[in-house]
Design a protein around this ligand. Structure first.
Ligand code: FES
Ligand code: FES
Length: 150
């Protein structure tokens, strides 16, 4: 089966029902996508499918193959971090970093749709992403800082 990941067509020899999260991490070595709950509840495994923030632990390979898949590894432009990655660093919007790839990809999806989100918009868009370190306020500040740059 072929998957288009970060703009590159990748062939994986896999069961079409295998979950995208495990293909990304185990077959394609894209370990920026994190395994949290495995039940669609924490957002750690968030990727973009055609630009839509999606829980990769809930998507089978056959379904993922119909879409352009973007993981955290696909955001930077060479050595230049994506504006949302830059603002997360500048705002210190992470501690352990486990939630960060999912937070950033959910933020990118929001900012591509809404260039000037309110604080309420940001909180709603990130509502399904859990940060066990409690960096929520700094995450909101980082998304506000990146607004208009995506
Ligand atoms: S690991 Fe997918 S939502 Fe938690
Ligand atoms: S920074 Fe640790 S879970 Fe969010």
């Amino acid at each position: 089966m072929d998957l288009v990941v970060n703009g590159v067509r990748r062939h994986v020899d896999t069961d079409p029902k295998r979950l995208l999260l495990f293909i990304l991490r185990n077959e394609l070595n894209l370990t920026g996508t994190k395994y949290g709950c495995g039940e669609g509840e924490c957002g750690a495994c968030t990727v973009l499918l055609d630009g839509v923030a999606t829980r990769s632990c809930q998507v089978e390979a056959a379904q993922a193959a119909k879409h352009q898949i973007t993981t955290i590894e696909g955001l930077a432009d060479g050595a230049t971090l994506h504006p949302v990655q830059q603002s997360f660093m500048q705002c210190d919007a992470l501690q352990c970093g486990y939630c960060t790839p999912g937070m950033i990809l959910s933020s990118v999806a929001l900012l591509r749709k809404n260039r000037t989100p309110s604080e309420a918009d940001i909180k709603q868009a990130l509502n399904g992403n859990i940060c066990r370190c409690g960096t929520y306020n700094r995450i909101v500040a980082a998304v506000q800082q990146a607004a208009g740059k995506v």
